[in-house]
Design a protein around this ligand. Sequence first.
Ligand code: MV4
Length: 649
Amino acid sequence: MKSILVANRGEIALRVMRTAKRLGLSTVAVYSEADANSAHVAFADQAFCIGGAAARDSYLKADAILAAAKAAGADAIHPGYGFLSENADFADSCAKAGIIFVGPPASAIRAMGSKSAAKSLMEKAKVPLVPGYHGEDQSFETLSAAAEKIGYPLLIKASAGGGGKGMKIVNAKAEFADALASAQREAQNAFKDPKVLLEKYLTKPRHIEMQVFADTHGNYVHLFERDCSIQRRYQKVVEEAPAPDFPSSRRAAMAEAALGAARAVSYVGAGTVEFIAEGEQFYFMEMNTRLQVEHPVTESITGQDLVEWQIRVARGEKLPLGQDQIKASGHAVEVRLYAEDPERDFLPQIGKLTHLHWPDGVRIDSGVREGDTVSMHYDPMLAKIIATGADRAEAIGRLYRALSETEVTGVATNRKFLQAIIGHPAFARGEVDTGFIPRHAADLKAKGGNRTVLTALAALAVLRKAEQENRQVVDAHDPWSPWGRSPGWRLNRDAYVDVSLDEAKVRAHYRPDGFVLDLPEGSVRVSGDCGAARIDDRSLSFRAVFGANQVTIFALGDEASFALPDPLAMGGKDAEAGKLVSPMPGAVTKLFVTLGQIVEKGAPLIVIEAMKMEHTITAPKKGKVAKLPFAVGDLVGDAAELLVLEDEA
Ligand code: MV4
């Protein structure tokens, strides 16, 4: 194997290519039209555009990917996760084309693809199953008789489903018939297969999964478990290894069950066997026949590179280590940082990442860079942040600090939500189960504890910026003269300016070394600047990131954004020069003008839509449209230059 194509995008494409390069392989990326300027394309030795932005037009197009592999002379294809990673037909097509699929045999993918069939196989292999029914006979009589035997509450699952899709809880016999009909309808619509299975419903289970590996020589090992119990609507939020409060006897039993599952389907490569656990019991749920998003926590506690293992197995080598040589030490916790807004029901966010700063001392697996755009076409995960420690408390402490130092502007993120989980006393106590987020929902809501400090810092940042900008203009000959420093400075009387933050005015009284700010909570003294600010008697460092009409302050592990007066309304420098910038990230939904057109003051020019709201940009003066870089449908970032109006000659 000399060359590998990665049939994926974002962080996992980069992750796979990094190891491939280290192993001396040349790397081939594929990308959609939306990803032409993305990090995974830049990192690869060569890259091929395989189609349009929508996944079905690119990352799901098996033929286009195989054609790219042929054109590049790639010997192998790594599918990453998602997209084609668990598509047995794609694995077959690779084999037919003489290309190594870095994944399990198509037969193993198929065997685990149907839940009912998988459960029957697992039953034979003596892998523990939740009491239930997973038979072929789908008649109402058989299903309702099975339901009576299982008892209530019970769960109806789509046999072809996975990850929580098509599940129905039935609390009592009277609900069964309706729930069944609806589950069958949904299964038919979503998976074109109405087949369901029934299970006893566990109300507060933990999700614990075992990492397994097998080679083509009949060797099977496990690399311990991961606890992924903290989920939101079946999406994992926090993953850790080892599972907290998980005795080694249960670990050994679960590992044996997982290896039994892998053997039962003649598995090869990296796989994950998912269990739900309640009390002392655990039960097989499903097997994921791919490398998982959360594999870094396993890498952290074992010191192994799982992508290297995958590639070596795909080359026909034996597993790098035997079971006795695989050791776990310490603790690792991962969180998934998403471009989503917890205050708007976790609505996915799109827009340009105007500022991005990653913390030190932790592993960051990310596919985005500052200036990149988060589009609506793909999963909005920005990064996985993985912290390790000698023990769980140390790992948690590091992760909390890392989240404090993570800075993203341009899109809302779940950073504070993650921090609230990682910092929660119940999490510290290891009280993790699938009910964690709903149970602690009130504690996980954003609280404005540092509002006064952040407001004071925002006012200071705005004042310092104004000073810098004025100093050049007003007082070029003596930059230190108090006269030129700001328009408000006068001798012998109260001198002040009003800073407009979020529509409210903060009065700032000049003092020789700073300001006294009148805030609703009272007066505070501020001085210094971003590096070393002082608020009353407290010194702190902070960062201010200015957007087109807002400023975001990062301090004390917290952040807050404040709206600034509209630069167009203020007649700022940009507006005078006729440069119109986007007030927020969004999509261009309408253009009223064309290049070269002459417009009157106040004429509507462009409509930007974001968060279902339309913003119309109007002409601040009469002029000729000299630049118009965007078309209808384009995504624009915060502060992107939308249009330039030139004075008419
Ligand atoms: C269950 C269950 C309770 N009882 N099965 C959700 C996703 C899919 N992988 C399996 N899931 C569940 N199956 C029985 N018999 C509860 C869940 C479940 C869950 C499982 C793992 C992680 C988070 C979860 C959140 C809600 C429900």
